[in-house]
Design a protein around this ligand. Sequence first.
Ligand code: NAD
Length: 503
Amino acid sequence: MSTDSPDLPIVQHWIGGTLAPSSGDRTAPVYDPALGTQSKVVALASQADVDAAVAAAAAAFPAWRDTSMAKRQAVVFRFRELLNARKDELAEIITSEHGKVLSDARGEIARGLEVVELACGFPQFLKGGHSENVSTDVDVYSVKQPLGVVGIISPFNFPAMVPLWFFPVAIAAGNAVVLKPSEKDPSASLWMARLWAEAGLPDGVFTVLQGDKVAVDGLLNAPEVRSISFVGSTPIAQYIYETAARNGKRVQALGGAKNHMLVLPDADLDLVADSAVNAGFGSAGERCMAVSVILAVETVADALIAKVTERMAGLRVGDGRREPDMGPLVTAQHRDKVASYIDLAAQDGATVVVDGRSVQADGAAEGFWLGPTLLDEVPVDSRVYTEEIFGPVLSVVRVSSFEEGVALINSGAFGNGTAIFTNDGGAARRFQREVEVGMIGINVPIPVPVAYYSFGGWKQSLFGASKAYGPAGFDFFTQEKAITSRWLDPSHGGINLGFPQNG
Ligand code: NAD
């Protein structure tokens, strides 16, 4: 992809602690989605840029690894203070490239800050174990050491929060990071790179490589890159997982989602309707933890749909800088793809209760608008039900029982998040035990775990065994050594070729 708008600002790489132009001339457009116009161009890395980024990170790694924990901790603390003080600046950047409303952009930074705060306490997570006198005069202990250069590849929908799930933990643990953000909203990463520099992070420990598949493949193939943390759509996650694993790298690849909300007849329908609207249409449905399917037990479905529809009528769609409820979609292409599912739903026999294509938005006519959309009686063999839509389209599927609802959720390809709404503690407990999903909400629609737990789904929502942040994050970004030690005195010695046994 290239652009013919030479006067627009160019979003560059950050290599070796400074802005770095691309060695080639490939670029991609960056849009302001509420205006519907191109606002910037982003550099797309060539293989030479990948090599420069990886070399800078590799050069910076040994000194950062050997920097004392106390000094590393001071840098992470300073980054936390700066991010907290300047978060509004970052929120404006996110809104101008992603389109989400400002309050939502501030929300994603707040959740990212949680991980930085967790990382401030990293020494607790880097402790090893120690066993004394396991055999006569022999001690065994373990230490956790950083991996080296680690690669992070992030999606468009959380340009700050998703990178923040990984890099504070990776850096605190002593690694050097190369981050490849989404080319759709690349400026947030660059802004955070400047903040790291201001916080005193040595040059090269945090690198931003702008780009597309060339940059991603470059990281996947670079021998110095020891691990890959990926978040994005399922087909790409699977490709990343397989390629990185084949190349001998540690890999965690978080994929797409189709999150269901099961509503039992005893639930508080007003709470359910509020939650469904918030979780279905917040950030225009471009959240991996968005609710995209309401599974309504038949007896309450009509009443619930009436309440949801009533609330949808009051939603204000517009330019995120004017603080409406919902902003535009990220690109015209993505908006058109999401909108195409509305026609498909009608063709497949669903009822289009609210059609967002006729929305009146408070913003430029050219903005990438699609209003909140509600589909009822969506057939479960329709692509509208089986595929991730990633937009403001909420489907209702009517089920006859709790069991049918759980069976449907468990039959899906994804397993990121799910929620049950009920006042029956026994039903909620059974749901939590039987449902095959990584993150579960009980009367909570978007159950993103706090930073000291870990984030990740099951099945095609996560390839690899490692979740993001929390204890799992520190495990991912460190490797353990076990040391067996004996301090010799003159009584030891002698030849014995047998396998070592304790005594
Ligand atoms: P995407 O898969 O299109 O892109 C993700 C990253 O992969 C980007 O950096 C992109 O440049 C890169 N990429 C794209 N095509 C590539 C290719 N062919 N080869 C190599 N790299 C490639 O995803 P997106 O549209 O940016 O983000 C939305 C998706 O991310 C949704 O599917 C959403 O569910 C998912 N997501 C998942 C989680 C989670 O926690 N599971 C969180 C956020 C987003």
